[in-house]
Design a protein around this ligand. Structure first.
Ligand SMILES: [Zn+2]
Length: 264
């Protein structure tokens, strides 16, 4: 309104004034109003590449998405990922991740299970675990789940704090989204506090990634029957991970076993 609104450049969608500063623009430098901009949800394509027709189609699709959120989407599982959640409707094979997707968090884009093709998990910008459709188990890089003993604490500086942050990237084949990046929490504190927080965070993330693997797995069209060495190692790793998850072996024992299997 007033000073910051440009009424001479009305929004081509609704006719409202557009922001004078930093307006969202579609192709041809045409500004659109804040309300219309708020409804957009795209990651893969750029708003600047939208023609007016593209934008109209997109907004109609967003409207339909809102109706589906209200009438069709019935999540039966929900997992915390940092500030957001992964909400899963197993009956309809759909999921949403409300934050990071658009301004309007009440209308997160609904994805089909078959649109999810992989994920990777990062710890301090390094990929520590990844899984793609067709893989028999998550691939863990050598630094996956850094054993706590590897964190060096300075005994003299007993107030020393350490922190690790996690990020989860989901890869999709949706026309508007090919990647969804979510901050996936962090662990920080001085030695004892950090260690328990770090283990807790990993435990939570493991539950989330297992849910993601099962979403992707539910749509594997073919069973991977290649018996290469990598598959055997992956199978063994998975068995030990199950033992770890069941609390039969410790994190340290798992890390040692993994090191042995991967010959690192
Ligand atoms: Zn508008």
């Amino acid at each position: 309104m007033g000073l910051f609104t440009n009424n001479k450049k009305p929004c081509p969608i609704c006719g409202e004034g557009t922001p004078r500063l930093l307006a969202t623009e579609i192709t041809g430098d045409v500004p659109i109003c804040s309300d219309c901009s708020f409804k957009i949800s795209i990651g893969t394509v750029k708003v600047r590449d939208f023609s007016l027709e593209d934008l109209k189609k997109h907004l109609a699709m967003r409207e339909e998405n809102a109706n589906r959120i209200k009438n069709e989407f019935r999540p039966n599982k929900s997992y915390e990922i940092g500030w957001t959640q992964l909400n899963i409707d197993e009956t309809n094979k759909l999921f949403t991740i409300p934050l990071n997707m658009c301004g309007d968090t009440t209308n997160p884009p609904i994805f089909k299970f078959e649109e999810l093709v992989g994920y990777d998990l990062e710890e301090e910008q390094c990929v520590i675990e990844r899984f793609n459709r067709g893989d028999s188990a998550p691939l863990c890089t050598p630094m996956m789940y850094t054993p706590i003993s590897q964190f060096v604490f300075d005994a003299k500086a007993n107030q020393q704090r350490i922190s690790r942050s996690f990020k989860l990237n989901l890869y999709l084949t949706n026309p508007c989204w090919d990647k969804v990046v979510s901050s996936a929490g962090s662990a920080s504190g001085s030695q004892g506090g950090f260690q328990s927080e770090y283990s807790e965070r990993l435990e939570e993330l493991r539950i989330v990634t297992m849910a993601i693997v099962s979403i992707i797995g539910m749509n594997s069209t073919e069973v991977n029957d290649v018996h290469g060495n990598a598959d055997i190692v992956a199978g063994d790793l998975r068995k030990f991970k199950e033992l770890l998850d069941a609390g039969i072996i410790t994190q340290e024992e798992f890390a040692a076993k993994k090191k042995q299997l991967l010959e690192i």
